[in-house]
Design a protein around this ligand. Sequence first.
Ligand code: G4P
Length: 525
Amino acid sequence: MGTNFKDEVLSRRTFAIISHPDAGKTTLTEKLLLFGGAIRDAGTVKGKKTGKYATSDWMEIEKQRGISVTSSVMQFDYNGSRVNILDTPGHQDFSEDTYRTLTAVDSAVMIIDSAKGIEEQTLKLFKVCRMRGIPIFTFINKLDRQGRTPLELLAELEEVMEIESYPMNWPIGMGKEFLGIYDRFNKRIEQFRVDEESRFISLNEDGEIEGDHKLKDSGLYDQTLEEIMLLNEAGNEFSVDKVKNGELTPVFFGSALTNFGVQTFLESYLQFAPPPQSRNSTVGKIDPLSEAFSGFIFKIQANMNPAHRDRIAFLRICSGRFERGMSVNIPRIGKQIKLAQSTQFMADDRSTVDEAVSGDIIGIYDTGTYQIGDTLTSGKDNFQFDRLPQFTPELFVKVYAKNVMKQKHFHKGIQQLVQEGAIQLYKTVKTEDLLLGAVGQLQFEVFEHRMKNEYNTEVIMERIGSKIVRWVEGDEVNENLSSARSLLVHDRFDKKVFLFENDFALRWFQEKNPDVKLYNPMDSE
Ligand code: G4P
């Protein structure tokens, strides 16, 4: 093991961006990659207009839709840190993979559109981060446009997300009158659209500009000072420990499009974001600095092109060093396997990785060996990491084989795709109908496509729409409580689950049946 192993691991910062579509995830990612020198031109991460597909050319479906399906990984070096950004697909591409990606990171960056505030998808992803207790950094974007007031945005953040916030900087004006940011943390003002040489103005001990400056002539300066005073007196105190535990989010204001506030954000992020963290396993916590290799699979990307059956399993390295050609153990099946072909996803190319350490993500070719959640260990180590959490599905379809003569293929296909984690399977208690559950529509499309191409089975999927899903505590329940509005089903581990038609049906059921205790695994982890 190289002497620098420890330093290498401690230099890793692995995060995902959580946001609602259009908040500016692609724009911010691009700016970060430009700082890191990983790409040369803006517009290479996701060529919505140019038709360039930088992150991955893997899936046909990706090309057809013109958006990235892959939770790909982008890597760059900055000021001695090695940064891994994991993409979290959203919108029509929202799937359990998006959630699972969050199990492979050590922190998250949340982007909020200053005009829209907290949106649905951001909140869903936030909850998963919260469940894991990982640090969350907030970037409030699009300050070059008129948006909601910063105080209003912070109040919403604290109220809806129930997290403390600490603004690291504060906007001076907004939209057409956006003059820059008051950087509380670095004690300086960064001016918007001002040359590099005179962009920063340092502040005196009282947090004010010393002497004359044209910025002082604007009423916005005085207003900002008042707001800063208010924050100093009535706002939260900054606490590194609270940031680490995910109890307080440092908030940055900026404009990704105009590349304003991004570098300041990146530098503060790198200072406070944690290096790779230890992970629970059947033999206790596994230290990322321990030299024996281990990792887990958090995602499997199947190729949608029938000419290429290859798949990629995404592995998060949790300890030790990965070396190409090394043999690893898969405790679930008690089998040794040689990791000969491995791929690392880069912003503008897919390149082969020869070495990676704790915190890094690698893609390994898979011919059907891996399942999501699999632990890989080195040598004879036989432990397994904690199971990945179960994510509550929201959309359901009833599924049949189109051709009744193909039942065998149909069941084999479903069983394998469910085990792999592509989709969730449920069975109604009374009629034993098969239902598929997903968190996003894309999962059904991928399922249908793969059943046809890999298992030669056409399926019929009957939409039954969105449901509110609650598991039954203790598993004891009268099956006669099942109705169209509160359908009782079994999950694949034979646990009893109710699918409620809507919020109203859930509340009504709870009032009528106070003895039946229901829970949502995404609230209680
Ligand atoms: P996403 O990945 O989160 O979906 O968002 P993306 O970065 O694609 O940004 C969505 C839209 O918001 C884009 O405009 C982008 O240019 C714009 N945007 C991002 N950051 C800022 C910002 O700081 N200020 C302003 N004013 N706009 C910003 P679009 O017209 O929808 O897309 P495009 O045609 O420019 O690709």
